[in-house]
Design a protein around this ligand. Structure first.
Ligand code: FAD
Length: 606
């Protein structure tokens, strides 16, 4: 399968290339360090420019600093000059810098690119400035946020942490992906209150908060009777984002954020790591900055978008990115077109994103009296309850496999969690296979809409494998699909929406590819980054230094469900516990936990 990398950037000397979603990060307009010096002001923020317009929409928007947030920004974020060789080990807040005169450019050299373990002298000789900070988190999405939240609650001050990221707000990528895949702020996300990424205690629940805010018992009643007499309660996306914003302000997130694209993490002679950041153009006097730290945490999210090969062929051959779209791309034009004239849409995939896209098509049909025809192609059509044996069963029907959440609930605290923690190699891969597979929640509204579509003959499903997509004689897309018994059929559609996947190989992500090649980390039984039970990357020890990782690139480890809010929080807790054992932060025991929860509840800044 072909894939498009989410985050990439050019090597030393190479021409800039823009990637699918984060390209605009490179265009962030920021005052230069020199300009700041001229005006006599220190740079008050590491990112006071334009927000990356990852949605690809018409507006660039203003830097996404939430209203009312002042973000003094670390003075050390973009140093103006490199350090010479330093004594071993990082852990103070930052290094000041001599002048740039005589430096060799501050970019990666072939020697650095090829060397697995760097010395301070090598980095200094390349003219790359060094910033010392004990803990660096790379990514700046929900995974970084929840990890840093734990560390702040465990007593680590903001000047000991830097979050290196190409986005402004931790929920930015998540909000983009949910919005384009038809979960705007007003719609409900998939997961419930088992995890609140803004609240490590998970109390009060989202349902309780909603009841309080709406002055209505509706959400509490739903929790009481779910899932028999009501669908599982889940919060609206907007509420999740508002809460994240509140917590980000409370822990002073923006004081720790440094904008830029991380190119690589390399081990350091004498212990610790160098994390190389490419700051936004014009923001720093050198092309790269090296963060020298004892600990590194990686939470870079999905490696990339995965397109079905025949759809990618169509797009490339016809240079048509309009009629064949991925659900994770902005594809509002499809819905706009359908409002102007009747049309046919072919939906591919059977997961929650397909359900969301169907809901949008059916909602619009109902709301605007449209005549949209929907053809839904499943590669594997699920007819009913299925599974390996009686204890491993999932409900299904009408093509879909049904499951409330994307993993069975016992992976978070029940028997599956205990079982997989002990499995190695092929046995673990097999266990992941058994509980994996595309699925979607059974929701009353979706069922009613699909039933109506079937009864009125405007929603059609079929099982088959698409072999090719071409432009038909009428100018529409024409898919050739192999159906049962080796028969072939052709489907003509105005648009094809691919809802099949976000997962690309980890090496599609440049930073992860570099890590595999140079850090000593291997792949786990399902091919992703191999992590210990503490989420430390196996094989990457550097003296007293440790690299941790969480989120989708680590799927296949001892703890399933990593790519969920709860999974990210479980990883964050393991990492914080490990760091406490190493003496970096306090353990969050009962006294700290209660006192910190009281601060959370009263929204006291820490
Ligand atoms: C549509 C959708 C719905 C989901 N719904 C739910 C749900 O309801 N409940 C649930 O629990 N989970 C859900 N998830 C899964 C998961 O919880 C979220 O995707 C979550 O945002 C993952 O967090 P993350 O930090 O791993 O990745 P992200 O939030 O994607 O953050 C990673 C960030 O790292 C940045 N980055 C990458 N490479 C670099 C680099 N080299 N330099 C600098 N920055 C870089 C990226 O720009 C990105 O913003 C959903 C996922 C999707 C796609």
């Amino acid at each position: 399968m072909e894939s498009v990398a989410f985050a990439s950037e050019p090597d030393a000397g190479a021409a800039d290339s823009h990637n699918l979603t984060h390209a605009a990060a490179d265009r962030v307009a920021v005052p230069t360090a020199a300009a700041a010096r001229k005006t006599g002001r220190t740079m008050s923020s590491p990112y006071p420019g334009q927000t990356p317009n990852i949605a690809g929409g018409p507006s660039n928007g203003y830097a996404a600093v939430p209203p009312g947030v002042s973000h003094p920004g670390p003075a050390s974020a973009y140093p103006t000059a490199p350090q010479g060789a330093r004594p071993p080990a990082p852990p103070t807040s930052h290094i000041g810098a001599p002048e740039l005169a005589g430096l060799t450019g501050g970019d990666l050299t072939p020697e650095l690119v090829q060397t697995d373990i760097w010395s301070d002298q090598m980095v200094a000789a390349a003219g790359i400035p060094i910033v010392d900070v004990p803990f660096v988190s790379v990514g700046g999405g929900i995974g970084s946020f929840v990890t840093v939240d734990y560390l702040r609650i465990a007593g680590i001050p903001t000047n000991q942490i830097r979050i290196l990221s190409n986005i402004d707000k931790p929920w930015q990528t998540y909000e983009y992906l949910t919005r384009v895949s038809q979960i705007p702020r007003s719609e409900r996300i998939r997961s419930d209150s088992a995890s609140r990424p803004d609240n490590i205690w998970g109390f009060p629940s989202y349902a309780l908060e909603e009841a309080f805010k709406d002055k209505s018992l509706k959400s509490l009643w739903q929790v009481l009777v779910e899932p028999i007499w009501a669908d599982f309660y889940t919060p609206r996306a907007g509420m999740v984002f508002q809460n994240l914003e509140r917590e980000a302000k409370r822990i002073r997130y923006w004081e720790m954020l440094v904008k830029g694209q991380v190119r690589m993490v390399r081990r350091r002679h004498g212990g610790g790591y160098f994390t190389v950041l490419t700051p936004p153009e014009g923001m720093a006097s050198t092309k790269r900055i090296a963060y020298r730290s004892q600990y590194v945490h990686l939470a870079v999210g999905y490696p990339g978008l995965k397109f079905l090969p025949e759809l990618q062929d169509f797009r490339t051959k016809n240079q048509d990115f309009h009629h064949v779209v991925n659900a994770y791309e902005d594809h509002e034009h499809v819905y706009t077109y359908l409002k102007s004239r009747p049309g046919t849409v072919l939906v591919r995939g059977g997961g929650i994103v397909a359900s969301r896209v169907l809901q949008r098509l059916m909602d619009d049909r109902e709301k605007f009296g449209l005549q949209t025809q929907i053809v839904h192609l499943f590669r594997t059509y699920v007819h009913g309850t299925h599974g390996k044996h009686v204890w491993l069963r999932r409900k299904g029907g009408n093509g879909f496999a049904y499951q409330g959440f994307n993993y069975p609930k016992s992976v978070w605290g029940g028997q599956l969690k205990a079982k997989i923690r002990k499995l190695e190699g092929p046995a673990r891969a097999e266990a992941y296979k058994d509980m994996g597979g595309t699925n979607t929640p059974w929701r009353r509204r979706w069922q009613a809409q699909m039933n109506a579509g079937r009864a009125q003959n405007w929603y059609h499903t079929l099982e088959g494998t698409a072999e090719s997509v071409a432009v038909g004689p009428d100018g529409k897309t024409l898919s050739t699909v192999k159906v049962g018994g080796g028969q072939r059929t052709q489907i003509s559609a105005d648009f094809i929406i691919d809802c099949t996947g976000l997962q690309a190989d980890i090496t599609e992500h440049r930073l992860l590819a570099d890590l595999i090649e140079h850090s000593g980390v291997g792949r786990n039984p399902v091919g992703r980054l191999d992590v210990e039970r503490t989420f430390e990357l196996r094989g990457t020890v550097s003296g007293e230094g440790r690299v941790y990782a969480s989120g989708s690139p680590t799927l296949g480890g001892y703890f399933p469900g990593v790519d969920t809010f709860l999974g990210l929080q479980v990883a964050a807790q393991e990492i914080a516990d490990d760091l406490a054992r190493r003496g970096f932060c306090h353990r969050i025991g009962p006294v700290r936990s209660i006192s910190q929860w009281l601060k959370w509840a009263t929204n006291q800044q820490i």
